[in-house]
Ligand binder design. Structure first.
Ligand code: SF4
Length: 335
């Protein structure tokens, strides 16, 4: 069956993936595999843009991301799963695209300003951090991906990629398609403290956590602050635990809501029930995860095969780029 287009997306291996990644992107990606040619990249060079000083765990994080991906249903038979730095052509294209990208475009990127504020100057003063969107553009267009699954908040980044593509194509001729956003409503799952789940907040439930650790984390989760004792009426719409019921215990959301609001249901019992359903939902992933973790050679083989496929496409694109830029050596002629 003809595919609708080609997708490029990825994760940075900055730590363990968590429920936010699973519900936010992985489930969507797994579904897209049927309709699109998918390239999924473990973006290790992107991880260096802010984590350049601490690389001890980088290799392990890369394999852990791959394990999570495979366990969550990304299928190497249908998608290309690879590590960014295994395809050196990304670096060449990044360099060449950086020639046509004004610094002012990068400085006005909203995520650049946000991240500078959040992470501080020490981590974000480098040239690599400023050039992050150019590397991202190279990642997408080196595969001539025409579709990028993103949430609305990432639109400015994609628009920057499109601007870079337009500039390149205007100067050198039409080499790259302008990638389009495939706007997806990614589920945002709260962390254990009720804020967005994020490693930087220390509020994650990791896909590599054991059932015991998950149980402990959910037991300690924030709830509606106005419901102190069983018997107090609660507000499920203010409670992160209720969001978990909405995802993992959908058949019981009404009675949970009523029990919480009337005070009949206490938070301890409410959490016991959600833990049971969360663990049941994660069980297949955890089993697959454990098998893959014990079989690292298989994981490495998947990534090596993915890199080979990705490299073949990237090599062809770079040949076209060099021709368009007239930097390719002329073909050898017979004397
Ligand atoms: S009963 Fe459940 S939904 Fe209500 S506040 Fe407690 S944990 Fe949250």
């Amino acid at each position: 069956m003809a595919k609708k287009g080609r997708i490029l997306s990825g994760h940075r291996p900055t730590g363990r993936l968590h429920l936010g990644h699973l519900e936010g992107t992985l489930r969507t990606w797994a579904r897209l595999q049927d309709d699109y040619e998918c390239f999924f990249e473990i973006a290790d060079w992107h991880a260096l843009t802010t984590g350049f000083e601490d690389t001890d765990l980088l290799r392990e994080n890369i394999e852990q991301v791959a394990i999570d991906w495979l366990a969550a249903g990304l299928d190497p038979e249908r998608s290309v799963l690879f590590v960014q730095s295994d395809v050196k052509e990304h670096a060449e294209l990044h360099l060449l695209l950086s020639m046509v990208t004004p610094v002012s475009w990068l400085e006005r990127c909203p995520t650049y300003k946000d991240q500078k504020q959040q992470l501080g100057d020490e981590k974000t003063a480098g040239y690599g951090f400023l050039g992050y969107p150019v590397l991202q553009a190279a990642d997408i267009v080196i595969y001539k991906a025409d579709t990028v699954p993103i949430g609305e908040d990432q639109l400015p980044h994609l628009e920057l990629t499109r601007e870079i593509v337009r500039r390149f194509n205007n100067i050198y001729g039409p080499v790259f398609p302008e990638p389009e956003a495939k706007l997806s409503r990614f589920s945002v799952i709260p962390g254990t403290d009720g804020r967005k789940m994020s490693k930087s907040y220390g509020n994650t439930i990791d896909l590599s956590d054991s059932p015991e650790v998950i149980t402990q984390k959910v037991r300690k989760m924030f709830t509606d602050p106005e419901k102190i004792y069983k018997g107090d009426p609660g507000h499920p719409d203010k409670c992160p635990v209720f969001v978990y019921h909405n995802i993992y215990n959908q058949g019981r959301t009404q009675p949970i809501k009523q029990g919480c609001e009337s005070g009949e249901l206490g938070c301890v019992d409410c959490k016991v029930e959600v833990i049971e359903h969360l663990l049941a939902a994660l069980e297949p992933l955890m089993e697959r995860r454990a098998e893959l973790d014990a079989n690292r050679s298989l994981v490495r083989e998947v990534l090596a095969a993915g890199a080979e496929t990705a490299r073949a496409v990237a090599t062809d694109t770079m040949e076209e780029v060099r021709q368009a830029m007239k930097t390719a050596a002329p073909a050898a002629t017979n004397p």
